[in-house]
Design a protein around this ligand. Structure first.
Ligand SMILES: NC(=O)c1ccc[n+]([C@@H]2O[C@H](COP(=O)([O-])OP(=O)(O)OC[C@H]3O[C@@H](n4cnc5c(N)ncnc54)[C@H](O)[C@@H]3O)[C@@H](O)[C@H]2O)c1
Length: 335
């Protein structure tokens, strides 16, 4: 953590923090930082396949956190878990937008009703707790203009994006009507250590990295010119930690990404070049992906810079290198 580490250390010392989805990529990465800042961290996870829960994600802090295996849809569990907490990172989620088309009910149960459940539990027993929500760039649907600021229209193209928009509105509603301090993030494409590596449903860089590590072919849809914004996990975790420490951002929405646009083929090219392994092939867009393509995306991060004093620090090259180092060392826990 590099932004005012002394201030954050004082802020988080002995703070009671709950992280739902805490065994996943984003939750465990935040947990690692929070433990080093002196927070008292409880992780909740339902360990549902094929999501990204992995006990190895928290191996460096296993003795310093409490792990509770439960589901955010469970009313009684949530009531007892949110009680007495100062900060809640409510990150539990079904993360695949393609799977949400196959099973929109499961997506709504977890990504909408599960979040309503946690918010209701907080309203009843923890009305002061600050709650952070991790929405997605997919909430915007078809992109009209880049870089994308918070006021860009929301036209979700999948049940995942739709439920994220609905859940985001829950967070804003609970702030507006009940005064619960909530903060909403809409995240670009995160990647880095601690993401699941078993399927290509999310964290595309991670999946391409696996293919390259195995010397396999990376297939790119279309001409590969589509632009995306890839945010390194540690930078993202830092934005969450700064937002949770600020008293001035209740009810605010932040678009969070690197602020840098990269063509898909250049991202894949960087992986092959850095690893000196793997190869790239261009294939036609499969229909099920073309239907949900949003167009080029780059995040306007000026609001997050201004209000959180946050700036991403990790270039794509550096992020790929670090991610590669991690999986080279710990491959057996992720393959
Ligand atoms: N990875 C991305 O591309 C991305 C992008 C934008 C937003 N997000 C959001 O960030 C959050 C965290 O995602 P991640 O990338 O760390 O994914 P992840 O799959 O690594 O982590 C999600 C965790 O939530 C847990 N979980 C799922 N349903 C649960 C439930 N009902 N109760 C308790 N735990 C449950 C899973 O077991 C998993 O450990 C999700 O809400 C996701 O929608 C992710």
């Amino acid at each position: 953590m590099s932004v005012d580490p002394g201030g954050l250390q004082r802020h988080y010392q002995n703070k009671k923090v709950l992280i739902t989805g805490g065994l996943g990529m984003i939750g465990s990465s935040i947990a690692l930082e929070l433990v080093s800042l002196g927070a008292d961290v409880t992780l909740v996870d339902a360990i549902i396949e094929p999501f990204g829960a992995n006990h190895f994600n928290i191996s460096p802090i296993r003795d310093k956190v409490t792990v509770n295996i439960s589901d955010i849809r469970d009313k009684e569990s949530m009531k007892s878990l949110v009680a007495g907490k100062d900060i809640i990172f409510n990150l539990a989620g079904q993360v695949s937008h393609n799977d949400s088309i196959e099973n929109p009910f499961l997506d709504a149960e977890i990504n909408y009703l599960g979040h309503l459940n946690v918010l209701e539990a907080c309203r009843k027993v923890s009305p002061e707790a600050k709650i952070l929500f991790s929405g997605s760039r997919l909430q915007f649907g078809e992109i009209e203009r880049i870089p994308v600021a918070e006021d860009h229209p929301l036209r979700p193209k999948t049940p995942y994006a739709l439920n994220k928009v609905a859940a985001e509105n829950l967070y804003l509603y609970y702030h507006r009507v009940y005064g619960q301090p909530t903060v909403v993030f809409r995240i670009a494409n995160p990647y880095g250590p601690r993401a699941q590596m078993k399927h290509p449903k999310y964290a595309m860089i991670n999946w391409f990295l696996r293919l390259a590590m195995e010397g396999k072919c990376i297939r790119i849809f279309g001409d590969g010119k589509q632009i995306r914004d890839y945010i390194y996990i540690q930078d993202l975790a830092e934005a969450f930690i700064l937002a949770a420490a600020s008293d001035r951002v209740g009810g605010e929405i932040f678009n969070v990404g690197s602020g840098v646009g990269t063509r898909f083929k250049d991202m894949a090219g960087s992986i092959v070049r850095i690893l000196n392994k793997g190869e790239i092939e261009f294939v036609p867009w499969p229909e099920e992906y073309l239907n949900i393509e949003t167009g080029d995306y780059v995040t306007d991060i000026s609001k997050a810079r201004r209000l959180l004093g946050w700036a991403p620090k990790t270039s794509l090259e550096e992020g790929i290198r670090r991610t590669h180092e991690f999986y080279k060392k710990f491959r057996e826990y992720y393959w």
